[in-house]
Ligand binder design. Structure first.
Ligand code: NAI
Length: 398
C-alpha cells in the first residue's frame, strides 16, 4: 500500500493534490480549519474523480465501485494534529508567511523527526518557512505544484541550503511516481517558472498600458506564435487577483525591480471586482457558462486603441523579455542548466519551446542585438543579461 499523504489546506491546490494522490493509490488525510472548505473539497474531489473515471471508459457498477474504493482512502479533518501519522505532510494553506510559519512550528512539534514537511508556496522563501520548524528544519522542502494539480505535469522541488538531500530525493521520487516531472529550483522568488514567465503577462500589460496594441490583437498574435492562450485570456482564466498577488510577491522578492512592477491596469480591475472569468468580467466579458463574449468595453478594439505595434513585434518582445529573464535566472543558479529551464517552461507554462531553444535558434548575437535595440525604452527588462553578453563575445553568431 502506498504511504499516507497528509495535506493541510483543502482549497484549490490541497484538493487538487489530494485527488492526484488518491488516483495513485495513497490514503490521503485532508485537513482544513474551515468547515465550508472541507465540504467543498470532498464534493469537488468526488465529482472530478467520477468524471475522470468516466473518461477512462468506466460506467455503472464498475465506476461506482472504483469511486467508492478511492474515496474510502480519503479522510477529511480539521486539526493539523491528525497529520502526525503520515510520513509526508504537504502544506497548501494561505500564502501568508506568518501563518505558514505558525503551522510549521506546530508540525515540527507534533510529527516524528523523519516526517517530511513540504510547502506548496508559490512565492515565499522556503528557508523562512523551514526556520519555523526549529527542532528539525532539514526535513522541510518546497514542492511547488501547478494548478490544476491533477493535470499539470511539472512540479518544482525546492531545497534550502540545509535541506537533507534524502528528503529532496524522496519527494522528487514521490511526485515522479504520480506521473509528474520534478525539476530542481533554488529558493529564489518565483522559483523557475513563475519568475521567468512573469514577462508573459507583464510585457503584454506594458504594451496595453503604452497604447501599442489592444488585448484581442495581443492574444491572437501570441496564440498564433504557438502559445496555448494569450496573456489576457490567461489572466482572466487564472483570476486577475491571483495573478496580481503572484506578480506583487515576485516584485517584492526582487526588491521592487522595475521589470516586475505589477500593472496599474490589473490593480484597477481587481479593485473593481473584475477578477476575470470567475467574476463574469475581467479583460473580457463572459456568459453564465463562462463562454467569452468579447473584450470588456474599455478594451474593445478601436483604431486608436489597437496601437501601432505589428503582431510579430508583440510576440517578439514578450519572447525576448522571457529569454533575458531565463539568462538571468541561470546566472543566479535558480536551475542547474538550460535544458531544465526549457523543460520547466514547456511543462509548467505550456510554451511551445523553451527560452534557450528560441535563443539558440536565433543565435545569441541576434538575441543580444534585438534586446539592445529595446533597452533604451525599458532597460531593466531588455538590457542583455551579463551571461548573454559574454556568450556573444566568446561565441559569435551561430
Ligand atoms: P485557497 O485559498 O484555495 O485554499 C487555502 C485553504 O487553506 C483554505 O481552504 C483555508 O481555509 C485553508 N487554511 C488557511 N489557513 C489554514 C490553517 N492555518 N490551517 C488549516 N487550513 C488553513 O488557496 P490555494 O490557491 O489552494 O493556495 C494554497 C497555496 O498553494 C498557497 O501557498 C499558494 O500560493 C499555493 N499555490 C497556489 C496555486 C494556484 O494557482 N492557486 C498554484 C501553486 C501554488
Amino acid at each position: 500500500m502506498p504511504i499516507e499523504i497528509a495535506l493541510i489546506g483543502a482549497g484549490t491546490m490541497g484538493s487538487g493534490i489530494a485527488q492526484l494522490a488518491l488516483e495513485h493509490g495513497h490514503p490521503v488525510r485532508l485537513i482544513d480549519l474551515d468547515p465550508a472548505a472541507r465540504t467543498l473539497a470532498r464534493a469537488t474531489i468526488e465529482e472530478r474523480l467520477a468524471r475522470r473515471l468516466a473518461r477512462r471508459g468506466l460506467s455503472g457498477a464498475e465506476l461506482d465501485g472504483t469511486l467508492a474504493e478511492t474515496l474510502g482512502r480519503l479522510t477529511i479533518g480539521a486539526d493539523p494534529a491528525e497529520a502526525a501519522g503520515a510520513p509526508v505532510v504537504i502544506e497548501t494553506i494561505v500564502e501568508i508567511l506568518a501563518v505558514k510559519q505558525a503551522l510549521f512550528a506546530r508540525l515540527d512539534e507534533i510529527t516524528p523527526d523523519e516526517t517530511i514537511l513540504a510547502t506548496n508556496t508559490s512565492a515565499l522563501s522556503v528557508a523562512a518557512i523551514a526556520e519555523a520548524a526549529a527542532r528539525h528544519p532539514t526535513r522541510v522542502v518546497g514542492l511547488h505544484f501547478f494548478n490544476p494539480a491533477p493535470v499539470m505535469p511539472l512540479v518544482e522541488v525546492i531545497a534550502c541550503p540545509g535541506t537533507d538531500p534524502g528528503v529532496v530525493a524522496a519527494v522528487a521520487a514521490l511526485v515522479a511516481s504520480w506521473g509528474r516531472t520534478p525539476i530542481r529550483s533554488a529558493d529564489r522568488p518565483g522559483f523557475v517558472v513563475n519568475r521567468i514567465n512573469r514577462a508573459f503577462t507583464i510585457q503584454a500589460l506594458r504594451q496595453l498600458e503604452a497604447g501599442q496594441a489592444g488585448i484581442a490583437r495581443i492574444d491572437a498574435a501570441v496564440r498564433a506564435g504557438g502559445f496555448p492562450l494569450g496573456p489576457f485570456e490567461l489572466m482572466d482564466l487564472i483570476g486577475i487577483d491571483v495573478n496580481l498577488a503572484a506578480a506583487t510577491g515576485i516584485w517584492e522578492g526582487f526588491g521592487r525591480a522595475a521589470r516586475f512592477r505589477p500593472s496599474p491596469i490589473q490593480e484597477r480591475l481587481v479593485a473593481a471586482g473584475r477578477l476575470g472569468r470567475k467574476a463574469g468580467q475581467g479583460f473580457y466579458r463572459y456568459d453564465l457558462a463562462g463562454g467569452p463574449l468579447g473584450p470588456a468595453p474599455e478594451f474593445e478594439s478601436t483604431a486608436e486603441r489597437d496601437g501601432p505595434l505589428p503582431n510579430a513585434a508583440i510576440v517578439e518582445r514578450i519572447r525576448l523579455a522571457i529569454v533575458n529573464e531565463a539568462y538571468r535566472a541561470l546566472e543566479e543558479g535558480v536551475a542547474s542548466d538550460e535544458a531544465t529551464i526549457d523543460l520547466a517552461l514547456r511543462l509548467g507554462a505550456g510554451h511551445p519551446e523553451g527560452p534557450f531553444e528560441w535563443a539558440h535558434e536565433w543565435g545569441a548575437a541576434e538575441v543580444r542585438a534585438r534586446l539592445a535595440s529595446l533597452a533604451a525604452d525599458d532597460p531593466d527588462t531588455f538590457r542583455p543579461a551579463a551571461s548573454l553578453r559574454r556568450s556573444v563575445e566568446t561565441q559569435p553568431v551561430r
